[in-house]
Design a protein around this ligand. Structure first.
Ligand code: NAI
Length: 408
């Protein structure tokens, strides 16, 4: 169990992997001392770098395993300045009372813009025309070349990216239809379709924006592709295993699908030095991009800002909204009071014990918040400043306490 009494300027923050300047600036403005390094660290170098840190920020290459986390006893919070968090032992971090924050939606707009550009490129046959000219040819023709205005875009997965794509496409005059497994509010004039098959029957372009789940694996196999409108186009900037690439190759061969734009693949090279192979490389009417849908300067800036803001808010206020491994609590400011944050194993009767202790000690609780996950409970209590020391001692003595933190 850890008890820490903190003032707001004291959170030592270590940033690895060249995290964007927007994050460094945000921590600086918050008065947090930051040490930033350009590269990823491993082994002892990593453990030493974060041994005294209260907050650590990483991207996808630093692995915060149980062994590494055990060597960082002061850690209060972790920022994954990226989308994925599987480089972090989330369960162990939670059991140590450490919330992990990421930036799942910072690159939504970047993906949506790429998809819009691809719709136009595909419907004008630009990929193959571009290839021909690069070889010294000239194919001036209006055949198989259309405006996107008035055409129907079918969006599968109407979440953050799907909705943005829909809004932008509609502004360009497209009719937007979508299908989602959840009931979703249709934006603009978009229309929800109950089944995928209905949507495929009317869509001139189909764009996939679903997550990777057991249900979406090979969602677009031979059967679904065969249900697409003859001469339509397919875009996948979601996850690599959503489309059966061999089935798509056959549909391109037969010209049932007139073109495709694929940003994600079932197997992707691990680094820029590795070779990319795919049955799709032989098709000039297929736009292939190396999983860069979300890779823009703006997305990096947004990620820096978004994750830094979440860490600062947690450090200075206790809010855990959008933590990926932790009970989520949204907290107002605690002006004129001390805020005690008590993280505990989620066992029955914990809140009763806390309230009992406070009542026996004569401590008045100004406000109290509780959220739990299966394993972890997070109670935030605002008390008068003079009662805070006693309150912390009372809380720390409760069995099952993982960590207790005070902000005055
Ligand atoms: P999101 O979670 O906001 O939206 C996903 C939507 O798909 C949800 O509305 C969900 O209900 C729906 N859905 C889930 N299973 C479905 C199914 N079987 N059929 C129909 N709808 C289903 O996710 P977001 O942020 O829009 O991301 C979408 C995809 O884009 C994800 O796979 C993500 O990994 C990927 N992505 C790709 C990037 C790139 O660089 N190409 C960058 C960012 C995200």
């Amino acid at each position: 169990m850890t008890i820490s009494q903190m003032h707001r300027s004291q959170f030592r923050t270590v940033l690895l992997e060249g995290i964007h300047q927007t994050a460094i600036d945000a921590f600086g403005e918050a008065g947090w001392p930051v040490s930033a390094q350009p590269g990823a660290l491993v082994g002892d170098a990593l453990a030493e770098a974060i041994a005294d840190a209260e907050f650590v920020g990483i991207r996808s290459r630093t692995r915060l395993t149980r062994e590494v986390l055990e060597r960082a006893p002061k850690l209060v919070g972790i920022g994954a300045f990226c989308i994925g968090t599987n480089q972090i032992d989330l369960d162990f971090a939670a059991k140590r009372g450490i919330p992990v924050f990421n930036a799942p939606f910072s690159n939504t707009r970047s993906v949506a813009e790429l998809v819009i550009a691809e719709i136009i490129m595909l419907m004008r046959g630009i990929p193959e025309k571009n290839a021909v000219l690069h070889r010294g040819g000239w194919t001036k023709s209006a055949a198989n070349s259309w405006e996107i205005r008035g055409k129907t875009l079918g969006i599968i997965g109407y979440g953050h990216i799907g909705t943005q794509v829909g809004v932008l496409a509609e502004q360009l005059g497209m009719n937007v239809v979508f299908q989602d497994i959840e009931a979703k509010l249709a934006l603009g004039n978009a229309r929800a379709f109950a089944t995928l098959d209905e949507l495929l029957a009317v869509s001139d372009v189909v764009s996939l924006h679903v997550p990777e789940t057991p249900q979406t694996a090979n969602l677009f196999g031979a059967r679904r592709i065969a249900m697409m409108k003859p001469g339509s186009f397919l875009i996948n900037a979601s996850r690599g295993n959503v489309v059966d690439i061999d089935a798509l190759a056959e549909a391109l061969e037969s010209k049932r699908v007139l073109g495709a734009a694929i940003d994600v693949f079932p197997v992707e090279p691990k680094s820029n030095d590795d070779v990319f192979t795919s049955p799709l490389t032989r098709f000039e009417n297929v736009l292939l991009t190396p999983h860069i849908g979300g890779s823009t300067a703006e997305a990096q800036e947004n990620i820096g800002r978004e994750v830094a803001a979440k860490l600062i808010r947690y450090g200075n206020n206790g809010s855990t909204v959008s933590a990926v491994n932790f009970p989520e609590v949204s907290l107002p400011a605690h002006v004129g009071q001390c805020r005690i944050m008590h993280i505990h194993h989620n066992v029955p009767g914990m809140l009763a014990k806390i309230n009992e202790r406070f009542s026996e000690a004569g401590i008045n609780i100004a406000t109290e918040y509780l959220q739990t996950t299966k394993d972890i409970g997070y109670v935030v209590i605002d008390v008068d400043a003079q009662a805070s020391r006693v309150a912390v001692d009372e809380l720390a003595a409760i069995e099952g306490t993982i960590r207790c933190r005070v902000l005055c």
